[in-house]
Design a protein around this ligand. Structure first.
Ligand SMILES: Nc1ncnc2c1ncn2[C@@H]1O[C@H](COP(=O)(O)OP(=O)(O)OP(=O)(O)O)[C@@H](O)[C@H]1O
Length: 259
């Protein structure tokens, strides 16, 4: 069993075996002569919310992009744990919001439906915009929004996709503290029962949302042993389990940075 595999005893009550999980098998990636990671393994079981942390430039986004099918590893592969293909089952939110500048916020949220030639669902899109606090900006263009508003529109677009596997790269980084907490709550609510891999630099966010926290470090990068937290998400800011885990996570991040 690969070192980074999340052990069965850490499965959470929310995990449903029928949901597809993600299996990262012996992934290797380099850019020029720079080895980002080599023979990297990770298992995310169906329905689990895994948070990936690590220093800037270590390779987190590259890992997510490979899972999303947007980058190709030199060796290895990412497959679904149920043996079926990943096509059409992943929603991916990149670090950049990737909003189309000529489309309104509402149309950006429904972009996936449009690109696939499916009927759009404006009611659901509007409901999501309302939940992220952007209902009154539905007809605005992205250029009329602040950075945090753009990020919330991109979150609404990701949730609109309604996929069993969701990959999010620093989705809340541009939000002020209070909005961030509110949108984290929304994401936790709407992502229950999905398989999630989320990247963040915020240990508190990781501890509020994740079932398992993993730290990527080193060069070539490797994954540390996962830190698991019990209980439903989102966790309250004063949840004793959250506070304990935050301490453990800070130690893991400090040790990882010390190499
Ligand atoms: N297309 C590319 N061509 C060349 N080098 C790249 C490319 N994409 C990423 N890199 C390099 O790969 C390394 C890992 O980048 P990546 O974006 O995966 O890191 P990260 O951990 O997500 O960083 P951050 O936390 O700053 O977003 C970096 O050194 C980066 O410069």
């Amino acid at each position: 069993m690969p070192a980074s595999v999340i052990a069965p005893e850490h499965r959470t009550a929310t995990a449903e075996p029928k949901l597809p999980g993600l299996l990262f098998e012996r992934l290797s990636l380099h850019y020029g002569g720079w080895v980002i990671f080599s023979d990297l393994d990770l298992v995310i079981r169906g329905g689990e919310f895994v948070v990936l942390l690590g220093a800037s430039g270590v390779g987190k986004s590259s890992l997510l992009r490979i899972a999303a099918g947007l980058a190709r590893p030199e060796t290895g592969r990412v497959v679904a744990t149920d043996g079926l293909g990943l096509a059409g089952r992943i929603a991916y939110m990149a670090q950049q919001d990737l909003l189309y500048p000529w489309l309104t916020v509402l149309r950006n949220v429904m972009l996936g439906s449009h690109l696939r030639g499916e009927p759009r669902d404006p009611d659901r899109a509007l409901h999501l915009l309302e939940r992220v606090g952007l209902a009154d900006r539905a007809r605005a263009l992205p250029s009329e929004l602040s950075g945090g508003m753009r990020q919330r529109a991109a979150i609404a677009r990701t949730l609109y996709e309604d996929r069993p596997i969701v990959l999010m790269d620093e989705p809340f980084s541009a939000l002020d503290t209070l909005t961030r907490t509110r949108v984290q709550d929304l994401a936790a609510e709407l992502l229950v029962g999905r398989t999630v891999l989320l990247i963040t630099h915020d240990p508190l966010e990781a501890c509020r949302l994740g079932h398992h926290l993993v730290v990527l470090s080193g060069q070539p990068a490797t994954l540390g042993a996962p830190i698991s937290i019990d209980g439903p998400v989102p966790r309250a800011l004063d949840d004793p389990e959250l506070l304990r885990t935050q301490g453990r996570l800070m130690r893991a991040l400090t040790e990882a940075s010390a190499g």
